[in-house]
Ligand binder design. Structure first.
Ligand SMILES: [Zn+2]
Length: 443
């Protein structure tokens, strides 16, 4: 059985006249959402402030990921301490468990997880794509199979099927069949109640052919129109609730013309008097071309709307994307690798599991201001990991999230002071000292 939400009906109990009044009021009213650019680099890079009904976000900013309404192993109070400005959760996961109706009844995502600040939800498009192809990481994608549209990871079963109307997929939890359409994704995200939502898009892999990427950009644009229409309908219907901003998601893989066409199309799009409040820079991005591709999109997008780059957290990627005009970022990696004992420091990444940390009675990183480093030693963390104590995940995650949030904060500070390039060269020189500097930084 296909499990979907009822949708598509007009607002109950309103006559035509009242409906148009409601639309006009919404257009003229203050949504509580906005973005202002504070300062600019020579190219596309900028610092700014995103205003939401639950507080502001100084950009560039790293948004911590709480996939299932929790940053794994870390209490929300610790997230505040480590400087997180906002949390991003996942519409797909929360729809399956506990159900978007329960989060709605709890007063929305922030209220449910006791996070008072701004929240984001992604549309579920990425998870549905992962189910479709079996791949986890877009940036690390192997492109040896280039040219094959029926991409599926070895040993995986296809769990999602895309058509022009939406996606039918099998729950990874219990095998139940579900269906996402642009309308259903927006209905779920409105129930989750995050300040910033993403339009439902089709995410392709780098292995899809050029004709498939073209069709996918067209399909994503058609879905964007439906997302905006449904967003407007729900916004009017829920007029008493805080406004939820909607970001359009730009696809187009590695093709300059497709990226520019997709960005321009979404930037100009207006449905029922509503346009996108910001943009998600999505999809398959080859690491070595990251800055170039982000730059193509930034050139086509309006200056006064924020741009969120989905799914990056490596230091060199931050610098490249920020210089090219990206404002906010999210990624599960800092917490995921922390649970495997991988620790980020200004001198690169190391594993606290190895014998070198057994008697290291020093912080995970010298000079780090995080709770873990100011209270515990590498030797203690080494012991916790060896003994498989769950506190290891908590303490390592706090450090890695603090490292990542602080890095982007420091980039913002350097930009405002006019020191972006000097800070970049110094930071990356030190971080990658033991490795070859990434190609995009040698230009
Ligand atoms: Zn630390």
């Amino acid at each position: 059985m296909i499990d979907g939400l009822a949708g598509g009906e007009l607002i109950e109990g309103l006559s035509d006249g009242e409906l148009s009044d409601a639309l006009v009021l919404e257009d003229a009213g203050d949504t509580g959402f906005g973005f202002e650019v504070d300062s600019r680099l020579d190219g596309q890079g900028r610092t700014g402030t995103i205003t939401t009904p639950h507080g502001t976000i100084e950009t560039p900013a790293f948004i911590v990921v709480g996939t299932k309404a929790t940053v794994k192993a870390v209490v929300p109070e610790s997230l505040l301490d480590l400087g997180a400005q906002a949390v991003l959760a996942n519409a797909y996961h929360l729809y399956l468990q506990p159900g978007s109706d329960i989060i709605d009844e709890a007063g929305g995502l922030g209220s449910f997880m006791n996070w008072q600040g701004p929240t984001f939800t992604d549309s579920g498009g990425f998870q549905v794509m992962s189910l479709g192809s079996g791949f986890k990481k877009v940036l690390a994608m192997d492109t040896t199979g280039l040219g094959d549209d029926d991409v599926i990871a070895e040993g995986k079963t296809r769990m999602a099927h895309v058509d022009d109307d939406g996606v039918t997929f099998t729950s990874h939890l219990n095998g139940d069949k579900h269906r996402f359409t642009p309308e259903i994704s927006l209905q779920i995200q409105h129930r989750l109640g995050a300040d910033i939502m993403f339009a439902f898009d089709e995410l392709t892999t780098l292995m899809n052919t050029r004709p498939y990427q073209e069709r996918s950009v067209e399909r994503t644009h058609a879905w964007a129109i439906r997302c905006l229409a449904e967003h407007q309908r729900l916004t009017v219907e829920q007029a008493g609730k805080p406004y939820q901003a909607l970001f359009g998601v730009i696809q187009g893989a590695q093709y300059e013309d497709l990226r520019r066409q997709a960005a321009r199309g979404l930037a100009e799009l207006e449905v029922d008097g509503r346009s996108f409040d910001g943009f998600g820079l999505g999809g398959a991005l080859e690491k070595r071309h990251l800055g170039t591709i982000v730059g193509w999109m930034s050139e086509e997008l309006p200056e006064n709307k924020p741009r969120h780059l989905l799914g990056i957290s490596e230091p060199d990627d931050f610098f490249a994307a920020i210089a090219a005009g990206a404002d906010t970022f999210d990624c599960v990696n800092p917490s995921r690798v922390a649970r495997n004992a991988a620790i980020y420091t200004a001198d690169g990444r190391y594993n606290v599991n190895t014998a070198a940390s057994r008697r290291a009675f020093a912080p995970l990183e010298d000079g780090c201001d995080c709770y873990t480093c100011t209270h515990y030693t590498r030797a203690y963390l080494h012991h916790l990991f060896k003994a498989k104590e769950i506190l290891s995940s908590t303490l390592a995650t706090i450090h890695n999230e603090r490292f990542t949030v602080r890095l982007v904060d420091n980039i913002r500070t350097a930009m405002k002071a006019g020191d972006f390039e000097a800070f970049r060269d110094e930071f990356l020189g030190r971080f990658y000292a033991s490795r070859r500097l990434p190609q995009q930084l040698l230009k």
